[in-house]
Design a binder for this molecule. Structure first.
Ligand code: MLT
Length: 243
């Protein structure tokens, strides 16, 4: 039986955001970074059922890579997909890493912001997101990293961004499933994440039986990019634990 690591990216990015994990954890076995529907050249999926389509695409990527079970690591939107993966492909899950994400759904104002973003990106294109991205990085992030992220946003198709935004608005509250998670789980947050702050992420660690909590000091929302060595160290340790 082959166990691997499955990496699920955030919004509005693609699998390239995991470059440091792919390079740094290669020696642990199969590392599979998936482009979620519409992103990074992957085919689009409709708004309805998008999260499940994303999970299905990830399961198919594991199958193609010859991986029987995986430690599933989702960051932010990738975490929302990880919950769908857990619901629909549980037999494939050897462990979970929930990074800079949360289990709850959006409130009405949050849903409206996502609809507004979808409408605007369809009307104007993605230039405004490139010029003024959401707070994905901390104030200390390097100009190079900032530029790297802006380029990554700039190459994502408008419709992928719009549909994923609406799909996040539609997502169900996954809090009720937390108590039933029975695989080793690592919850990661970072102290300078203002998009999904530590107080939104941390409660999952006490709601999931036996989960471990790690706080990366100083990193912003994309903690894997701002603190790749620390993120990889945590993943490596967790992979060993999921053995
Ligand atoms: C992400 O970084 O994937 C998204 O910003 C998450 C979200 O908007 O809820």
């Amino acid at each position: 039986m082959t166990t691997g690591l499955l990496l699920l990216h955030g919004f509005p990015l693609d699998s390239e955001m995991w470059a440091s994990q792919i390079a740094g954890l290669r020696d642990t076995g199969s590392v599979v970074a998936v482009d979620l529907p519409g992103f990074g050249g992957a085919p689009l999926a409709p708004r309805e059922g998008w999260m499940d389509a994303a999970a299905a695409a990830a399961a198919e990527a594991l199958r193609k890579a010859g991986v029987d079970r995986a430690v599933v690591c989702g960051l932010s939107m990738g975490g929302y997909v990880a919950f769908s993966f857990w619901r629909r492909h549980r037999a494939l899950v050897a462990g979970l890493v929930l990074a800079n994400t949360k289990s709850g759904g959006d409130d009405e104002a949050g849903k409206q912001r996502r609809e507004d973003l979808a409408k605007r990106v369809r009307a104007e294109g993605n230039g405004f997101l490139v010029a003024s991205p959401p707070p994905l990085l901390s104030d200390h992030a390097s100009p190079d990293l900032r530029l790297h992220i802006q380029r990554q946003i700039g190459r994502q198709p408008v419709e992928a961004i719009a549909i994923a935004s609406q799909a996040m608005a539609d997502r169900v509250d996954s809090t009720p499933v937390l108590g039933g998670i029975d695989v080793p789980t690592l919850v990661i947050t970072s102290s300078a994440d203002t998009l999904i702050p530590p107080e939104a992420t941390k409660p999952m660690a006490s709601q999931i039986p036996g989960a471990t909590l790690a706080v990366i000091e100083g990193a912003g929302h994309l903690s894997n990019l701002e603190a790749p060595d620390e993120f990889n160290r945590l993943l490596r340790e967790h992979l060993r634990h999921c053995g």
